[in-house]
Ligand binder design. Structure first.
Ligand SMILES: [Zn+2]
Length: 232
């Protein structure tokens, strides 16, 4: 039986209410800009979380019939728990957000700056399998500049969550807008979803491209200029 999803949405007008939970997962729709988190998400410490995830993951393996006394498997629940909390889902915790310092734009550089081919690894929130891709970021300074490595770190922070590509794109863009005090931000993400290639429709060649264009990047000549840099 397919469950209806009225409880997932804020607005009854939201088009997503017409779809079932299964449809939402299979078609990778998403329900909002913010990652859906419980209000008590950080009551438990990371140590408690790892212990709990390890126990629960051991149960999943046990249900599947795997022998957890085997030397190769017995460390897996702990490894998965550690990986979830410290690595691939560490971006859920705001404490792990990169500290960003801004600098004066001393060079008076007022053209677009493009940081391209930022490789990231994320995970699809509908299937918990990898999304592997590259992000390209551009901005025009409003008087402040940001260290180039910080652009990379912001991408990695939002990628290290269960994600949907559209949300990842917009979360990076909104954060950069706030940090750099400008609307003139572009974020383009080109990624492969293993839930599409390794399972489901098993399409190994398709890729998904999403983009956010703010401020001057809505002007056709700016989009053309940006795309020209990305081709080089
Ligand atoms: Zn998926």
């Amino acid at each position: 039986m397919k469950l209806k999803t009225e409880n997932l949405i804020l607005s009854k007008d939201n088009i997503i209410s017409n779809f079932s939970i299964d449809d939402i997962g299979d078609d990778h729709m998403y329900t909002g800009l913010e990652t859906p988190m419980k209000s008590d998400a950080f009551v438990m410490s990371d140590i408690e979380k790892k212990e709990k995830i390890s126990n629960l993951f051991a149960q999943i393996m046990d249900v599947m019939g795997l022998d957890l006394t085997d030397d190769s498997l017995k460390g897996t629940p702990n490894r998965v728990a550690k990986m979830y909390i410290e690595e691939i889902f560490s971006g859920l915790n705001p404490d792990n957000k990169p500290k960003i310092a801004l600098f004066e734009n001393k060079y008076q550089y007022n053209q677009m700056l493009v940081e391209k081919n930022i490789t990231f690894y994320s995970n699809c929130e509908h299937h918990f399998v990898p999304i592997i891709g590259q992000a390209h970021i551009a901005y025009v300074s409003s008087g402040k500049v940001i260290g180039l490595s910080k652009l990379n770190r912001i991408v990695q922070y939002y990628a290290k969550r269960p994600q949907v590509q559209e949300r990842l794109t917009n979360q990076i863009a909104m954060d950069l807008k706030a940090i750099l005090h400008t609307e003139d931000i572009a974020v383009i993400i080109d990624a492969k979803h293993l839930c599409v290639s390794s399972r489901g429709v098993k399409d190994d060649t398709s890729a998904t491209v999403t983009a956010y264009y703010g401020g001057v990047f809505n002007e056709p000549h700016k989009i053309a200029e940006l795309q020209n840099y990305l081709k080089q």
